[in-house]
Design a protein around this ligand. Sequence first.
Ligand code: URA
Length: 433
Amino acid sequence: MRMYDLIMKKRNGGVLSKEEINFIVKGYVEGSIPDYQVSAFLMAVYFKGMNKEETSNLTWAFIHSGDIIDLSPIQGIKVDKHSTGGVGDKISLIVIPLVASLGIPIAKMSGRGLGHTGGTIDKLESIKGFRTQMDIDEFIHNVNTYKMAIVGQTANLTPADKKIYALRDVTATVDSIPLIASSIMSKKIAAGSDAIVLDVKVGSGAFMKNLEDARELAQTMVDIGKSLNRRVVAVITNMDQPLGHEVGNANEVKEAIEVLKNNGAEDEKTVALTIASYMAVLGGAYNNFEEAYMNLERKIETGEALEKFKEFIRIQGGDEEVAENPEKLPEAKYHIEIKAQSEGYVNEINAEMIGNAAMLLGAGRKTKEDQIDYSAGISLVKKIGNKVMTGETIAILHTNKKEIKEAMDLVRDAYKISENQPAKVKYIYDVIM
Ligand code: URA
């Protein structure tokens, strides 16, 4: 087999066999196929796409390029969730204790934030003492005993995806549906869970900017799941503005606690309960979505979900007192208010710009090596649909940095205020299973 022939086959719209896809992935990981040939191949996939079988075979090749986590010592149906990446997305912090409170095991492997999107591991590490590294035996013990545990992704999970993702990042081939779908699903399946709920984001802060593409990505990932014997539900949710009011790390933990205390923002609570309900159905706790939703809402109202969150912090070595005293979380030195420059209704809050501004304030990483300032972030005082007066505070920046003009400009520009009152925002667009 020659890489040249396979590039040409894909360039001409041909369909690659499982053996051909394995040859490319294996050759690239081992170093026998150079970057420039894989770059050309990725561009051919970008323009010609992949059919269902090819996408499933690519996912399989990624999964088998590294470690596959064996969660079989955990009793019950292991359920995971994954978000395609958003701004202010603290849904995992809410659904882990919520679903675990039903007795469904959640063995979560999670990533760190990069660029304008945050990562669950970083957010949790803003809690003093919270450990996100543990060996597999402790991880399995915690899931069996408490029904929940989270660890940072191990180094050798899907190394082929890691290497190819880095190449996609510099060859303008990230936003290809079969490449995104196989990248995400390979990591989820290699992490060992039996069932997965995907939160597919659509809008200004997401990879998928329109609903049609989001539906195609969701369907592609559900199909990959089916072909590799995993039950997958994809919920398509709105990312036309950040979720909730807080973007950052410690401030997102505070907001997640508010949702668990039943005081959360409506968008956040709705998305969290929807994702958690599908997890509960896949995990076998309820027969249907409505029943699951009602019972999970009760878990929040009765305080059981909050108690489970405290337990989650405790078993991972963190200071559980933050749940009752959120002021124990890191706090920034400066709080700078951004004022509305005109009167009207908020029509848009560009999520990507807010994510980038939060990164500039210290809440995120430009490169993998950057250190995070857990106290940095942004509070969105006004959201889409809110009326504002000239000079009224629309957002507050939290930072320890003195030079923040660029971030201030980004936040100001992210808000579009006009006379027209926008239609009510939809939180959930569609569910694909
Ligand atoms: N997230 C991933 O893990 N991979 C992609 O390709 C895009 C988003």
